[in-house]
Design a protein around this ligand. Structure first.
Ligand code: FMN
Length: 139
């Protein structure tokens, strides 16, 4: 059964480009093999990730990601059955915290700073739909 899982977490320490490259590299390598798609956003020291794929596979992957010491305060924000994937074209895209993207983050967040922990399920879904339309920002 196909599901989508969205969670947020905070960077446990200041992460450099090498850390991000490592996370993205592992994601692209493993997720393609697992049949998991999605997007990873980083802004204001907060990760927001959406994973799509088979329920059992996504669960196992999420539990592996939970053990990663590069982040903490992990919280599931949305978990739902889906009829189809949104992110079909890549194994894991990254939406980094460039100034242009900050406006997109803020559009869906009530707080002055990007704060996915306080976003509603509907806002999160709209946010990721807009991320999808802006795939040129993803690397
Ligand atoms: C915010 C965050 C998101 C991550 N997302 C993924 C992911 O989607 N897929 C994945 O395989 N690893 C992801 N990782 C990395 C895993 O925690 C772990 O380091 C990696 O899967 C190990 O892969 P390896 O055994 O192939 O080296 C993520 C880590 C962080 C901190």
């Amino acid at each position: 059964m196909l599901i989508q899982l969205t969670y947020a977490s905070r960077c446990s320490h200041a992460l450099g480009p090498a850390d991000i490259k490592d996370i993205l590299g592992a994601s692209q390598r493993n997720n393609a093999r697992l049949g998991v798609t999605g997007a990873l956003c980083l802004n204001n020291g907060i990760f927001l990730q959406q994973l799509e794929g088979d329920r059992t596979v996504v669960n196992a992957l999420y539990h592996r990601i939970l053990k990663d010491t590069r982040h903490r305060d992990t919280a599931i924000l949305d978990l739902s059955e889906i009829t189809h994937r949104q992110f079909t074209g890549w194994a894991m895209g990254l939406l980094p915290s460039l100034d242009t993207n900050r406006q997109l983050f803020l559009k869906y967040s009530g707080a002055a700073e990007f704060d996915p922990y306080s976003m509603s399920t509907l806002s999160l879904r709209s946010f990721f739909a807009e991320v999808l339309q802006n795939v040129r920002w993803l690397e």
